[in-house]
Design a protein around this ligand. Structure first.
Ligand code: SF4
Length: 386
């Protein structure tokens, strides 16, 4: 994690209203040279300043379209700012208001570990392997995938990307999120017994040569610290107390939770599912707190609540506050560029290959990560490898 020095004391002395007024003034002065992007998991007071909001996929697409702006201020986390830097022209400078805003999942895979895994797999099998990385990963991981015939994916297009990869390779190594990989492959009809879990902390990932050889999907042992807080017990509780309440979850949730849910899909999928549901419908949502609260406020004719009884907050997204946003705009106004995120050219070129493959495989509508099931019972009695 990169270190963000404390802000000058004047920001701590300002009220929220003063900071909001200053941000408005700075934005007006900088004008069209500035675009602010905001992820759905950001705080409301920050998101209201975003020119565009979206999930990782949508924001990647929007970043790729920015040719006129000079500065993109990314209210999100570090890997998103890296992707924006890779996808924009050299003339566009990408700024992350708090450089410590990383992602615990992205930090679970580094290049040395992936190269070690690749060597082990190359020794174990002569089959072709496509490396697929969730976009929630470092630029160096994306570059590795681009260099080795693989691609990036988001939760919105993991299935078409996996289908594409399995057309081009005998098997896939999917990283860093085991849950998205497992849920997507399972929804495609791939049996859990054809998937193995590679633990980068163990010699050979904790796998035998035979396990590596016979698996179709090799899942990296990474997870999202927010979405792994959702549990089967929470789903059972909702079913007990409110049988008509629908459960929708993000595919970063564990497989057992996705099996219990009525629907699973990307952030944009969740937003659309609730928006299109009839008035009076009730929803328990398995995703980040800020988005759930915003959906509850937006759909007052429906009942929207978190699936968990506790706040499932992405603490790194939460680092971006009004003070940090104002600070980077103050710096820009003073002719200084602080917290610029730059991906080195050699990494950038290969990472761009992986990201462009991702953007070519975008469905026109947000897709479910779980085929609808006639009842709420798990479709399998299998359990994933843990
Ligand atoms: S919600 Fe999870 S995957 Fe997304 S940025 Fe936060 S820790 Fe990373």
């Amino acid at each position: 994690m990169l270190f963000q020095p404390p802000l000058p004391s004047r920001y701590a002395e300002m009220t929220q209203e003063q900071m909001a007024d200053e941000i408005t003034r700075r934005r007006r002065a900088i004008g069209r040279r500035l675009v602010i992007l905001g992820h759905h998991y950001e705080r409301d007071e920050v998101l209201r300043f975003a020119d565009f909001t979206g999930d990782s996929l949508k924001l990647s697409q929007i970043a790729a379209e920015q040719t006129d702006a000079e500065f993109v201020v990314f209210c999100g986390v570090h890997f998103m700012a890296e992707s924006a830097d890779i996808l924009t022209d050299d003339s566009v400078r990408v700024i992350l208001p708090d450089i410590s805003a990383g992602c615990s999942m992205a930090d679970m895979a580094d290049l040395d570990q992936l190269e070690e895994a690749w060597r082990f797999l190359a020794d174990a099998t002569t089959q072709t392997i496509a490396p697929i990385t969730y976009v929630n990963s470092a630029a160096t991981i994306k570059a590795f995938c681009g260099r080795h015939g693989g691609a990036c994916c988001t939760s919105g297009n993991a299935q078409p990307i996996l289908e594409w990869a399995l057309k081009h390779g005998d098997k896939v190594i999917f990283l860093p999120d085991q849950h998205l990989g497992r849920n997507t492959a399972y929804a495609m009809g791939i049996n859990l017994s054809q998937m193995v879990l590679y633990d980068p902390e163990l010699p050979d990932g904790g796998l035998s040569t035979e396990q590596a050889r016979s698996a179709r999907i090799i899942l990296w042992k990474g997870y999202c610290s927010v979405h792994s807080l959702f549990t089967v017990e929470q789903c059972d509780h909702i079913r007990r107390v409110d049988p008509d309440c629908r459960i929708v979850v993000h595919p970063e949730c564990p497989w057992e939770v996705v099996q219990k849910a009525d629907l699973a899909g990307s952030t944009e999928f969740i937003i659309k599912a609730i928006a299109e549901s009839p008035a009076g419908s009730r929803w328990a949502v398995g995703t980040e707190t800020h988005l759930v609260n915003r959906l509850a406020g937006r759909h007052l004719d429906k009942q929207v609540r978190s699936l968990a009884g506790v706040q499932c907050l992405c603490t790194t997204m939460y680092r971006i506050d009004l003070g940090h946003l104002l600070w980077v705009l103050d710096e820009l106004s003073a002719g200084r560029m602080t917290n610029r995120v730059i991906v080195p050219p050699d990494v950038r070129d290969d990472a761009l290959v992986a990201l462009e493959r991702m953007l070519k495989n975008v469905p026109s509508q947000p897709q479910a990560a779980k085929p609808p099931s006639p009842d709420n019972s798990p479709r399998s009695t299998q359990r994933p490898q843990s």
